[in-house]
Design a protein around this ligand. Structure first.
Ligand code: NAD
Length: 505
């Protein structure tokens, strides 16, 4: 581990190195250099974290809402003041440009702000005199220790979709972040400590399948929030539900944008470039398929191509529009899709394979970075692998169709249903699309329709297993369970011994 950082866990309010000796390299994707070694938890390490979360639960559950929200407000203030630090941590391990990393933190912060309203969100109902002298009421109680398992592409925002509400509602948390960019989670853990969160309420274990598997089956863990690829989401959902847990498992995506003939093509072209190539396409809400309807395709493709060629690809810490891919293996995988698209007869309008990465005038050596430039592929058909698979890279496919109905059929036939968008100036067509499309999040002239914190985030079909979306009112429901209480105080008479079923009188 010489010259690299030793990245460990965070358990019971402090750093924890654990007993496992296995580590995995963490790289700076812009330089290709190994910058850290992350400790991969074994089962004993994960149990230490679960034990800490279990021990902390009773007193955190009983901590007043006033005290809990005071800590949440402090966390929000610290995060708001120091988020450029966190953005730099993200860029150094993920590769996304700094402004994008800052955007991700800000969207996560919005969930913290929503969670500050937890006293209102937890309100129950009260019915006086439901029966003579009998009152009925409900409360929403926390679940206990909950697990959050997150992907590499949003190392701060995705955990923040869940933990602010989980903690605000009185649960304790074990977060298992991606092993590819583990440091953001530790930065957030340190911030919770500074905000005054008691030890054991928020814990982080680093690792891979070994750590995840223990979280999925350990009986002390009451719920699992997962975000990642569809095969792993399916596995997490089936394993953890079989172990009796409440699960929300968000999976992969293949997001289509439908561009109707009456659309503002400059708006649509800007949107395709932003949503296709932002964060190097490593967003679950990235647009990877532009569906050109009628005769707009030639003009649309020309406009997208002109914008794409102007993008600056380079180190995210310097001035660039788009950074590298997260690992060399992932870059090679995405490159393979460009090669297969070409072999399958699609037209490579902009080929990112020979991109020259920009060091932004710094002396940083980017020659070994994991680069692939933005790539625009036209005349793609649904049988090609570049269309079928989630690529998760800067590759935008254009599929040409004749009619709105054909476009809708294409979107609805896709096994994924995370996000979609329509570009049009026809309100009636947009209204039809929002009603007919089988996708969880819909944008109308908006390419990345990520819902606000007070709405809920989640897809349909193979993009979500479970029935509760993240954050918003669905998030509150996920992290709490109902308790219904029936009480009698003023009228102690109960009619004597009566084995009949109680009836309201
Ligand atoms: P991934 O599925 O490889 O990993 C996600 C998490 O699962 C990581 O913490 C990882 O360590 C763990 N993991 C990986 N393999 C596992 C296994 N076999 N058993 C148990 N755990 C395992 O995903 P990724 O590459 O980190 O992230 C990219 C994927 O996440 C894309 O498919 C993307 O669409 C998806 N994603 C979806 C959303 C959404 O909201 N639907 C949001 C962000 C990312």
């Amino acid at each position: 581990m010489t010259n690299t950082r030793d990245i460990g866990h965070w358990i019971d309010g402090k750093p924890f190195t654990g007993t496992a000796s296995v580590t995995a390299p963490v790289t700076n994707p812009a330089t290709g250099q190994i910058t850290g070694q992350v400790r991969m938890a074994d089962v004993a390490d994960v149990r230490t974290a679960i034990d800490a979360a279990t021990a902390a639960f009773p007193s955190w559950r009983d901590t007043s809402l006033a005290k809990r929200t005071a800590i949440l407000f402090r966390f929000r203030e610290l995060l708001n003041a120091r988020k450029p630090e966190l953005a730099a941590v993200i860029t150094a391990e993920h590769g996304k440009v700094l402004s994008d990393a800052l955007g991700e933190v800000t969207r996560g912060q919005e969930v913290v702000e929503f969670a500050c309203g937890i006293p209102y969100l937890l309100e129950g109902r009260y019915t006086e005199n439901a029966s003579t002298g009998v009152d009925a009421y409900t409360v929403r109680a926390p679940l206990g220790p909950v697990a959050i398992i997150s992907p590499f592409n949003f190392p701060a925002m995705v955990p923040m979709w869940f933990f602010p509400l989980a903690i605000a509602a009185g649960n304790t948390v074990v977060l298992k972040p991606s092993e590819k960019d583990p440091s953001a989670s530790l930065w957030l853990a340190q911030l919770w400590a500074e905000a005054g969160l008691p030890p054991g309420v928020f814990n982080v274990v680093q690792g891979d399948k070994t750590a995840v598997d223990e979280l999925l089956v350990n009986p002390a863990v009451k719920a699992v929030s997962f975000v990642g690829s569809t095969p792993v989401a399916q596995y997490v959902y089936s394993t953890a539900t079989a172990a009796g847990k409440r699960v929300q498992a968000l999976g992969g995506a293949k997001n289509h944008a439908v561009i109707l003939p009456d659309a503002d093509l400059d708006l649509a072209a800007d949107a395709m470039v932003n949503a296709g190539f932002g964060s190097a396409g490593e967003r679950c809400m990235a647009i990877s398929v532009a569906v050109a309807v009628g005769d707009v395709a030639d003009e649309l493709v020309a406009k997208i191509a002109a914008r794409t060629r102007r993008l600056r690809v380079g180190d995210g810490l310097a001035e660039a529009d788009m950074g590298p891919l997260v690992t060399a293996a992932h870059r090679d995988n995405v490159r393979g899709y460009v090669e297969s698209a070409e072999a399958d007869g699609a037209t490579l309008v902009v080929d990112g394979r020979d991109v020259a990465a920009d060091d932004g005038g710094t002396d940083i050596d980017v020659s070994q970075g994991f680069w692939l430039g933005p790539t625009l592929v036209d005349h793609v058909t649904p049988d090609m692998s570049v269309y079928r698979d989630e690529i998760f890279g800067p590759v935008l496919s254009v599929v040409r169709v004749e009619t709105y109905d054909q476009a809708l059929e294409l979107v609805n036939a896709n096994p994924y249903g995370n996000g979609t968008a329509i570009f049009t100036n026809d309100g009636g067509a947009a209204r039809r699309f929002q009603n007919e499309v089988e996708v969880g999040m819909v944008g109308i002239n908006v390419p990345i329709p990520v819902p606000m914190a007070y709405y809920s985030f989640g897809g349909w079909k193979n993009s979500l297993f479970g029935d509760t979306h993240a954050h918003g009112s669905e998030g509150v429901r996920f992290f709490t369970r109902a308790k219904a209480i029936t009480s009698r105080w003023l009228d102690p008479s109960h009619g004597g011994v009566n084995l009949g079923f109680p009836q309201n009188t």
